[in-house]
Design a protein. Structure first.
Length: 106
């Protein structure tokens, strides 16, 4: 399958289960990992955040953002290098209670 990893970027990808957590992994033509995302409820970032954590919790953990990426949604970056993706493609501001939908790295 091809996975949309940004507003104008797709990668051939597959689903991978590693240590009991399901990820979507996108690779380039050389087979190098270019994108990884999970919405698995078992995943916990080094900052202690999970899917469903709020924007307020993300900020308290040292996260920066959020910002919108047209056609892909809102995201915020964590000190660990993981980014949080929030539901909705709208251009409006998120509330402090907005939940994290998934975590990804590009």
């Amino acid at each position: 399958m091809h996975y949309v990893a940004a507003s104008a970027q797709t990668w051939p990808s597959c689903q991978v289960v590693y240590t009991g957590i399901t990820y979507i992994v996108g690779v380039d033509s050389d087979g190098d990992i270019r994108f990884i995302e999970t919405s698995d409820s078992k995943f916990v970032t080094p900052e202690g955040l999970r899917v469903g954590s709020s924007l307020a919790q993300l900020r308290a953990a040292g996260g920066s953002g959020p910002w919108g990426e047209r056609g892909w949604g809102h995201q915020a970056r964590l000190p660990s290098g993981w980014s949080a993706r929030f539901a909705g493609l709208g251009e409006g501001d998120l509330t402090e209670q907005a939940p994290v939908m998934s975590f990804f790295k590009r």
